[in-house]
Design a protein around this ligand. Structure first.
Ligand SMILES: Nc1ncnc2c1ncn2[C@@H]1O[C@H](COP(=O)(O)OP(=O)(O)O)[C@@H](O)[C@H]1O
Ligand SMILES: [Mg+2]
Length: 249
């Protein structure tokens, strides 16, 4: 049996009486890429913010590596890296200085932060632009720096919220390959997207979210098999079948 590394139980969150996340439960196995898939407004970001200790659930709990986000937030934070949907970078600093800054904030020595920053930039194919100011970077390069920040401190688990939105094809491929490489190295990854083909290609298992709830959860292949010949249907078709609506806005 695979080890359940993250367990979410009955998560609820409302904003002004409106339910953003409405009773979500699932488990993520250690070492898998798990996709949270759904249209804009489905509740993906709200769910990821509760799992990564940024937002307190109204009800329910999440454990990561056995630690509760409610009662042991510090222990959870020491195990995770987060790449938020909204880029969190200092535009007037270089890519290297951004990473060093976040490393120092996390308590690393100057040398350790510098060494890790250079290794992360190399992984993201940005070594040559290390000293370039972020405000001169393309959208895709900024996303790659954002991902590099999430990897500072060797997290066991990485949360990626829509890492390929507004990204050119070269950066997108770099991001896919990086995520697969991290998974192959043993990292557990939670990934949100509203691109169905992307989830199909990358994720070991996906949960499809709509209206704050999980409406299906399985491997992409199994989900496709449930509605037709798996090689002939897409996750887009699965969403349409389950909701009667197309995923695209
Ligand atoms: N901070 C907030 N204040 C008020 N409403 C919010 C807030 N964050 C999210 N929402 C609402 O909650 C719902 C789910 O949003 P979100 O979790 O961002 O979905 P997704 O990431 O799937 O697009 C949406 O209706 C959104 O408008
Ligand atoms: Mg979102």
């Amino acid at each position: 049996m695979p080890e359940e590394y993250l367990v979410a139980q009955e998560l609820h969150k409302s904003f002004n009486e409106q339910k953003a996340v409405d009773g979500v439960s699932f488990a993520i196995y250690r070492g898998e890429i798990f996709g949270l898939l759904g249209p804009n407004g489905a509740g993906k970001t709200t769910a990821i913010r509760m799992m990564s200790t940024v937002l307190e659930p109204d009800r329910g709990d999440v454990t990561i590596g056995g630690h509760s986000v409610r009662r042991e937030a510090d222990a959870v934070r020491s195990q995770i890296g987060v790449c938020p949907q909204e880029l969190a970078l200092y535009e007037d600093l270089s890519a290297l200085d951004n990473l060093v800054f976040f490393g120092r904030m996390a308590g690393m020595s100057g040398k350790e932060a510098h060494d890790q920053a250079m290794a992360r930039l190399e992984l993201m194919g940005l070594s040559e632009r290390a000293k370039g100011k972020v405000d001169k970077f393309s959208g895709g390069m900024k996303r790659r720096v954002n991902l590099a920040v999430g990897l500072m401190g060797h997290p066991e688990m990485l949360f990626l919220d829509e890492p390929t939105v507004g990204v050119d094809p070269q950066s997108r491929n770099n991001i896919y390959e990086t995520i697969e490489g991290l998974r192959d190295g043993g990292m557990t990854i939670l990934y949100t997207t509203h691109y169905m083909e992307e989830a199909d290609r990358l994720c070991d298992r996906v949960a499809i979210m709509d209206g704050g709830q999980i409406i299906a959860l399985d491997t992409p292949y199994e989900l496709r098999s449930q509605i037709g010949e798996p090689d002939k249907v897409t996750l887009e078709d699965v969403f349409l079948k389950l909701t009667g609506r197309s995923l695209r806005d």
